[in-house]
Write a protein that binds this ligand. Sequence first.
Ligand code: ADE
Length: 258
Amino acid sequence: MSRPDDSSVGKSDMNSVAKPIIKILTLFPDMVRTVLETSIPGRAERQGQVGYEVVDIRDFAVDKHRTVDDTAYGGGAGMIMMAQPIVEAVESVRESDDATVILTTPQGETFSEALTLELLADLQDKGEIILICGHYKGIDERARELVVNREVSIGDYVLTGGELPALVIADALIRRIDGVLHNQDSAGNDSFTESRGGGLDCQWYTKPPEFRGLTVPDVLLSGHHGNIEKWRREQAADRTRSRRPDLADPDPKDAEDR
Ligand code: ADE
């Protein structure tokens, strides 16, 4: 089945080098497009570093009411997204049967920076990644069986739909694409990165040096880069130990060696 319309965000091929395409299947395409057009995801798309395709699942409904959901067999509260519009939307958008097709669902594996890197490698390898935004009570199990090969949750809470989770995943991927973040966006020592030992980032300050009686630590004004780096490493390690002991190095010696 052909796609009813070309719903890619923007048209900004700066060059002909194949760029990775993130494809999002949703019942709320405007919501998804708005986010992808904004800030760093928008800039990345305009600079030709990534492409987006936003597909309205409702365009694949076959009745005049554009129905995409129905009640559950066996009864129970909540509507279930029908298999047919989802399966045909995926088939229309994927370049290869091999494409990774992710369903956002609270029942999926928990999203993390490690999973971001895994999905990024997959996106760069295959040139596409497909995210299906789940809705209502869930999707017909047969759609899962036929086209979904990965399920991802962004945490142990339930949202009204899969758009925000899909956008969270897309954003985490986009900022990891080479060249997307500029120096001023600074990512090298973010929380969970290798340079932070997988732990949390430290605290940061900007002008003025005093605000409502609160001052900036002297070391940051000292101009001594070695001391500043050491202080930041220590602060980051302290934060990690107190806020996220699960991420802290069991042996502080390892952290020093690193
Ligand atoms: N849909 C609803 N809640 C969700 C969650 N926590 N993660 C992924 N998809 C969801």
